[in-house]
Design a binder for this molecule. Structure first.
Ligand SMILES: [Fe+2]
Ligand SMILES: [Fe+2]
Length: 290
């Protein structure tokens, strides 16, 4: 049984002093997730077995609210976007290469999840549909990754093949790989919904990073395959998230409910920590230049 506290907290180094003081677990009516000071306390509150949810729709509403209010997961609070002004072309390129590693792994996460969810056919079918899209179902048979690689290479002069990733990205992808191979199907479904849900604002974040890179390169913005890759995903991902939510609902019985919630929260927190760490690493680099 995966436990959010045990699974996540030791890996982050986040200071938890005074944590319990902020958790009025009995009160489910007057407290909203945003009343809490940190993503960590909100996550524990939302996943507390004492908490009562009226229905699946309310769970999704609370989780979406959590996503939108977690620092890093939307462009308005994303740490890299906040420090973009300080990043030169080379540093921005490294961020884009790091992000390309997530894009390259994501389809493998879906495949791992679909194998594990072999006996939850509605979810499996939905994941397989998303994999077909990744392979080019709506893009003339050209896989999304190829559109990204060609666009970055030919239009931005950024090679993504064979590139090393930073230590934060390596650790982050290792955690996600483990998550998408978990045996808990409820946890896995929560993780999948979070992966698709976070991808929607993430492509708006990517838009800002790529635009910054283009401006440093003397261009006003991007077009061509880069635009097809980034703007296309702003649409694709909305359908992916909703399709998954619709397909998992029937399987999230009361005994799966908190596993689902924890899977969702775990992916959100892991992503948020990755963005924070990437920004911190880049800024140490900026400050250390002399
Ligand atoms: Fe895609
Ligand atoms: Fe997707």
């Amino acid at each position: 049984m995966l436990d959010l506290q045990l699974w996540l907290l030791p890996q982050t180094g986040v200071e938890m002093t005074g944590f319990n003081d902020t958790l009025p677990l009995e009160s489910t009516s007057s407290f909203r997730p945003n009343s809490f000071p940190t993503s960590w306390s909100r996550a524990l509150w939302l996943s507390s077995p004492d908490r009562v949810y009226a229905n699946f729709a309310q769970i999704i509403e609370c989780l979406r609210e959590f996503l939108a209010s977690t620092e890093g997961l939307i462009p308005e609070t994303n740490q890299i976007v906040r420090v973009l002004h300080y990043l030169d072309m080379k540093t921005t390129e490294y961020v884009l290469v790091d992000y390309s590693h997530l894009s390259m792994e994501a389809v493998h996460f879906l495949l791992d999840a679909s194998l594990r969810l072999w006996d939850w056919p509605k979810v499996r079918k939905e994941i397989e549909h998303n994999i077909k899209e990744e392979k080019g179902l709506k893009t003339r048979g050209v896989p999304h990754l190829e559109i990204m690689r060609q666009g970055y290479r030919n239009e931005l002069r950024i090679e993504t093949d064979g590139r090393a990733m930073g230590p934060a990205t390596k650790a982050f992808l290792g955690k996600l790989r483990k998550t998408f191979r978990t045996e808990s199907k409820g946890f896995l479904c929560g993780a999948l919904v979070a992966l698709e849900g976070t991808a929607i604002p993430e492509f708006h974040t990517l838009d800002k990073i790529v635009t910054h890179y283009c401006q440093l390169n003397g261009q006003t913005g991007y077009a061509g395959k880069v635009a097809e890759y980034i703007d296309g995903h702003k649409d694709f991902e909305i359908g992916h998230e909703q399709g998954l939510i619709d397909s998992v609902e029937r399987y999230i019985t009361p005994d799966q409910q908190f596993k689902f919630i924890k899977g969702y929260l775990a992916v959100c927190l892991t992503l948020a920590e990755w963005w924070r760490q990437m920004a911190a690493d880049r800024m140490v680099g900026v400050i250390s230049k002399f």
